[in-house]
Design a protein around this ligand. Structure first.
Ligand SMILES: Nc1ncnc2c1ncn2[C@@H]1O[C@H](COP(=O)(O)OP(=O)(O)O)[C@@H](O)[C@H]1O
Ligand SMILES: [Mg+2]
Length: 383
């Protein structure tokens, strides 16, 4: 794959960049439109003229069929909820050329904004970003899907007008129907952002039917933590991942310097160890709207109704006795393990920023809040 190559009609306009060993990607043009094109490095399709015994090829073909089935299932389920120009950036085309699979999505004009920049923004702008993230993921959850790889790298920031920004959710490669994840060995997410139940599943210590949309609530809680502080949570000695620390009973507590009571309460509720104790994404979205309204000093309820835990904290606590799978084998204490696939670099991908489409993007962000309140105030601010 290199600049100028043509793949299924897509002309590569950049050289490819690496995707942590699992993929490589470039920008491309087709029929006058710009796309993001990703090549999956696994699985590869065994070509008739390629090396390997017929038996090995049959096993590989079967793995490819599963992969195709999964990709097409997710595409089918996402298409009706995404909407043209919406905030879920879905696959437009999925194809194989020779041994490799590819997917194309619309190109997003990404802003050069780091989590640190978000932490330094005014409160309203920050909450708008959080609202668009929660709303987009809530749409996904209402369709019965779990994203499975929520992290800052997969929440692209698009500039709106007047310095405001909204989220575009990308990378549905780990997306799965609630209670029905792919086999643990096929998970491609980043353990730094795993929920306790996803970590257990990955370690073979829990069943997949315990995995639901609350997984994404935990991951988004960690993302919001960074939006508030610019940093990842400090973990106790011996814990590599937040999920691990939380499962062992650590309560991740935001620094006292973050004086935003409703947002602090929200983030801490999202990081509860038991999945049932966490708010739903709808509740997260509503809590953000309330937080915006009441200001930083007031308390605001997070849960609409008290709920029974789906996966109680006790079921998780103590289960993570120490062994982590070799695949994600333990880097030293802080979460900043560079070895981890796709781990945060602390800065956003540098993609040239846009274009005259701020008006359209504001409209999308407004749709994505469903808050008359927010819409009114945005309009007021634009006047
Ligand atoms: N639609 C898009 N428009 C612009 N940049 C994108 C788009 N999709 C992905 N990217 C960039 O490419 C990176 C890798 O894409 P992603 O689908 O997350 O692949 P992976 O995580 O498997 O490497 C993202 O973190 C982002 O910087
Ligand atoms: Mg990604």
């Amino acid at each position: 794959m290199k600049k100028g190559d043509v793949l299924n009609g897509y002309v590569l306009t950049t050289d490819p960049q690496g995707g942590g060993g699992y993929s490589e990607w470039a920008f491309a043009q087709k029929d006058g439109k710009e796309y993001f094109l990703k090549r999956f490095l696994q699985p590869t399709y065994p070509l008739p003229d390629g090396p390997g015994s017929e038996r090995t090829k049959a096993v590989k073909r079967q793995r490819c069929e599963e992969f195709e089935r999964h990709q097409r299932l997710v595409m089918r389920q996402l298409r009706p909820i995404a909407g043209e120009g919406g905030n879920l950036v879905i696959t437009k085309e999925f194809f194989r050329e020779r041994a490799f699979y590819y997917k194309a999505t619309d190109k997003v004009d990404v802003s050069r904004i780091s989590v640190g920049d978000i932490a330094a923004m005014d409160r309203d702008s920050r909450i708008l970003i959080m609202l668009t993230a929660a709303k987009s993921l809530d749409t996904l959850h209402k369709a019965g899907l779990v994203h499975g790889d929520v992290k800052p790298d997969n929440l692209l920031i698009k500039a709106l007008d007047k310095g405001r920004c909204a989220i575009k959710v990308i990378d549905f490669d780990n997306c799965f129907p609630v209670h029905d994840p792919p086999a643990a060995v096929q998970l491609v997410g980043d353990p730094v952002f795993y929920s306790p139940e996803l970590l257990l599943y990955n370690l073979g210590k829990a069943q997949g039917d315990q995995l639901d949309e609350k997984n994404d609530v935990f991951a988004l809680g960690l993302v919001f933590w960074q939006y508030l502080t610019g940093e990842r949570p400090k973990l106790p000695d011996g814990a590599t991942y937040p999920a691990e620390a939380v499962s062992k009973g650590t309560v991740l507590t935001l620094p006292k310097s973050i004086k935003d009571r409703p947002l602090v309460d929200l983030v801490q509720s999202m990081l509860a160890s038991g999945s049932g104790e966490r708010p739903s994404m709808t509740e997260v979205h509503n809590a953000l709207k309330t937080a915006r309204k009441v200001g930083p000093a007031a308390a605001a309820p997070v849960h609409a109704d008290p709920v029974a835990p789906a996966v109680p904290a006790e079921a998780i606590k103590g289960e993570l006795g120490g062994s982590l799978s070799r695949r994600e084998a333990a880097p030293p204490a802080e979460v900043s393990a560079p070895a981890l696939k796709g781990s945060l670099s602390g800065s956003w991908p540098v993609v040239p920023s846009a274009d005259g489409s701020a008006g359209e993007a504001v409209a999308e962000a407004e749709d994505n809040t469903t808050s008359g309140e927010l819409r009114g105030s945005l309009l007021k601010k634009r006047e």
